[in-house]
Design a protein around this ligand. Structure first.
Ligand SMILES: [Zn+2]
Ligand SMILES: [Zn+2]
Length: 126
């Protein structure tokens, strides 16, 4: 997943950042830079989202800031997942072996023209 594609610097009109958060509003974030957008079909994403693949907006750790961060759960040996402790929204995925992190596309306040650029773990799709 890391190391491919160019860095997508947000358009000047969005230079203040893209905002998003969970359903209840407890956890809020601002994204300053997007590396890529992928649609993940892995088993964990499908289970955690309730069956559908998850579209992830990916960035490095310093490309996002939280006003109130989600609770972290170690979903596998390679990645952490984050959830709002109040409403349960999945808000976060972070690899343990590099600096790549991601938030679901659906958690953004305004999706704009952002869309998935490629599928990953598609072989796990049923
Ligand atoms: Zn919430
Ligand atoms: Zn996945």
């Amino acid at each position: 997943m890391p190391g491919t594609g160019g860095c997508m610097t947000l358009a000047p009109s969005r230079s203040s950042g893209l905002e998003g958060g969970c359903l209840c509003g407890r956890c809020r974030f601002t994204i300053y830079r997007i590396d890529e957008i992928v649609e993940c079909h892995c088993l964990r994403c499908r289970r955690l989202s309730g069956g559908a693949p998850v579209t992830w907006v990916c960035m490095s750790r310093d490309g996002i800031s939280w006003t109130r961060a989600p609770s972290i759960w170690l979903s596998s040996t390679i990645a952490d997942r984050g959830f709002c402790p109040t409403c349960g929204c999945m808000l976060w995925m972070a690899y343990r072996f590099n600096s790549e992190v991601a938030v679901p596309l659906g958690s953004l306040d305004e999706r704009g023209d952002l869309a998935s650029e490629r599928r990953i773990h598609a072989q796990e799709a049923e």
